[in-house]
Design a protein. Structure first.
Length: 365
């Protein structure tokens, strides 16, 4: 077990934002969460499964919804509703514990992303719980069913859901994780496109073989590589590529960036005109919250489950969807998919065909 300081936490969140492949929520808001907990005198304790008793309960807190900003019409729609006095992620966790009649010993991040990883860190610190070094995705993912929990048949219910207005519900049964995605996403659609969720509450004995261990430490290493290179005026893209055992994909200028919010997701396209060694070529990246598939000069290029990571070279930051700007200089790299996603079952759940593209997954890295 180790106590994390602010530098550790910032490294983790930058790494998670990179591994978020455009999704996973706002890095800025994620850092605000950890600063809130630090200002309250809270402690962040990162633990392995060896630090837990087999019977200790672990919960998975996160946010579910679209990542695009609210429209003016949406803001007006919700203006009459007062926000809850307490953070809705904490309320969601309390609702779960009240329903179960038991206290959680620890929390674990649902994915790697600038905000969703921060959510787990925040909930753990604010509630004086351990934070498990792992996650069930090894990256950021768009759907609730895109998890190694689903691969290992870990029950999802009960599912605690809470919106920013303090309106909560507990889903006590559901057909499967894909159906849970539909139900929870529907609540997000009528809740400013975001709800707090906690699910997959189970013992350390069950979860230790159902998640990707060391995921938080991996985020920390990648974030540290990025921030160190950036501070030294070095090539932070190459530093991340090396730290993540990835490969370069493309460099150029954004020529088109479009998106729409639909069914609780942000769908969009980013088109890039090549520069330097990539001059004369074009890369297109399509996303559903996260970057899913790319085309080089119109031909299928890199796809999920590999990680397609964009960097804003002007701002020297990981690129969050849907905020790429026309004229922005970007670099694109691919990082290898966690092994769990490259199995036959993993590809059924999170391969190109799940998103409607009838192509075989070919590892890029």
């Amino acid at each position: 077990m180790r106590t994390l300081n602010r530098e550790d936490l910032v490294n983790i969140l930058y790494g998670a934002a990179i591994l978020g492949t455009g999704g996973g929520g706002s890095l800025t808001e994620g850092i605000e969460l950890i600063d809130e907990a630090l200002a309250a005198g809270k402690t962040f304790r990162l633990a392995s499964f060896d630090d837990l008793a087999p019977e200790d309960l672990i919960g998975t807190p996160y946010g579910c919804g679209a990542i695009s900003p609210l429209t003016e019409a949406e803001r007006k729609k919700y203006a009459r509703l007062p926000e809850a006095q307490e953070n809705f992620y904490i309320l969601c966790m309390k609702q779960m514990e009240a329903y179960m009649g038991k206290e959680l010993k620890a929390v674990i991040s649902t994915e790697l992303g600038g905000h969703n990883t921060a959510t787990a860190l925040y909930c753990g610190a604010m509630a004086d719980k351990l934070i498990v070094d792992g996650d069930p995705a090894g990256r950021s993912v768009p759907g609730l069913q895109h998890s190694t929990y689903y691969l290992h048949n870990v029950p999802m219910c009960p599912i605690s859901v809470m919106n920013k207005f303090g309106e909560g519900a507990v889903v006590t049964s559901v057909f499967d994780d894909e159906r849970a995605e539909d139900l929870v996403r529907a609540l997000a659609v009528v809740s400013q496109n975001i709800v707090a969720v906690m699910d997959h509450v189970n013992t350390a004995e069950v979860l230790k073989n159902a998640v990707i261990r060391g995921a938080i430490s991996q985020s920390e290493a990648i974030g540290k590589a990025f921030l160190t290179a950036k501070a030294q005026g070095g090539d932070f893209v190459s530093a991340v590529t090396e730290a993540g055992k990835g490969k370069p994909m493309f460099r150029g200028v954004v020529t088109k960036s479009t998106y729409e919010t639909r069914d609780g997701f942000t769908f969009g396209d980013t088109e890039i005109r090549g520069a330097g060694e990539y001059a004369g070529h074009t890369l297109r990246v399509w996303y559903q919250n996260e970057n899913i598939i790319s085309w080089l000069d119109g031909e299928i290029f890199v796809t999920v489950p590999d990680l397609i990571c964009l960097f804003d070279l002007d701002e020297k930051m990981p690129q969050l969807n849907p905020y790429a700007r026309e004229g922005e200089n970007v670099a694109v790299i691919a990082l290898p998919a966690p092994n769990e996603w490259t199995t036959q079952r993993g590809l059924e759940i999170f391969g190109p065909r799940f998103f409607g593209y009838d192509v075989d997954y070919t590892p890029y890295c």
